[in-house]
Write a new protein. Structure first.
Length: 298
């Protein structure tokens, strides 16, 4: 019991990785029938519905006294980093499968580091450069993979490109919100970003010629359980556990443990989705995860 108490934050951070990995596998199953826009809209709305009472029960303010600029930046951050990025991510996930997607997702850390250097004046050390090179090598390895599981070369490259764009958009969304995140309550920041994501998705839906088909896809028989479970685990529970992990351990340690989600995704994809583990993919995931951890803790 003392060991659990001593490493409470680390355990929660590792649990976050496992929960998110399970959510990604569920999203992959749901994405077989549910349109990426519909899936993302449901996920974000679901998270808001659960997050609001959570904040009220824990005496968090839904409308803190902060400058209007902070509200607008967070809404914009959510529109890009959640509304747009997650939709692109789901599309990439549908094409690549969860296993390959977990390798491309390792690019998130280098994007965060690179944008932090450009916008926040942070610096990159030698070990982080090595980590970035390792991650890029991992992505290049799967892009040149000969065993494409019935994907054409064009589909494979499109899936990778969408995954890269998703990670870049997520990183931009986080970095522009970072100064506000450092001085604000985390649940409020999360809620406001989710609202921004939902607003941009509603705009997409209003303009999309197949909006009714997209909405109907959310309730596809046989896939609703995957959609609901994925939204709960990925949109709400993983976020709450992640915040707790960040609170009870060092941010760098928490971030490194969170990166292990890609390992769990890789394994769960093989176990539950029947995705093959090829030598190239195994090499790439080990290389990518190692690089991501180096970037996070160096």
């Amino acid at each position: 019991m003392q060991l659990i108490t001593e490493y409470y934050g680390e355990i929660l951070s590792l649990l976050t990785a496992i929960v998110w990995a399970a959510a990604v596998v569920l999203f992959k199953k749901s994405g077989e029938k549910v349109h990426p826009i519909g899936l993302n809209l449901f996920k974000d709305t679901f998270a808001i519905v659960f997050l609001v009472p959570t904040m009220l029960l824990t005496a968090r303010s839904l409308t803190p006294a902060v400058p209007l600029e902070d509200w607008l930046i967070l809404l914009g951050s959510g529109a890009l980093g959640i509304g747009i990025a997650d939709t692109i991510f789901f599309q990439s996930l549908n094409i690549l499968g969860a296993g390959r997607s977990s390798i491309v997702d390792c690019l998130y850390s280098p994007f965060i580091i690179g944008l932090s250097i450009l916008w926040l004046g942070e610096s990159l050390n030698t070990m982080q450069i090595i980590g970035v090179v390792m991650i890029l090598s991992a992505v290049l390895a799967i892009s040149g993979e000969k065993e494409t599981d019935h994907l054409s070369r064009g589909q494979l490259l499109l899936g990778i490109l969408l995954g890269v764009l998703a990670m870049a958009a997520m990183a931009v969304g986080i970095v522009i919100a970072k100064p506000i995140l450092d001085r604000s309550e985390l649940l409020w920041v999360t809620l406001t970003r989710l609202i921004g994501g939902v607003l941009v998705l509603l705009c997409f839906m209003a303009l999309h010629p197949e909006r009714l088909i997209i909405l109907r896809s959310i309730a596809t028989p046989g896939h609703r359980i995957y959609t609901f479970a994925g939204a709960f685990l990925g949109g709400y529970l993983s976020m709450i556990i992640w915040l707790a992990g960040m609170k009870y351990t060092q941010a760098s340690i928490s971030a490194a443990l969170n990166q292990t989600s890609n390992i769990f995704i890789f394994i769960l994809a093989a176990l539950f989705l029947g995705e093959r583990i090829t030598p190239v993919r195994l090499f790439a995931i080990i290389l990518g995860i190692t690089g991501a951890i180096i970037v996070g803790v160096a």
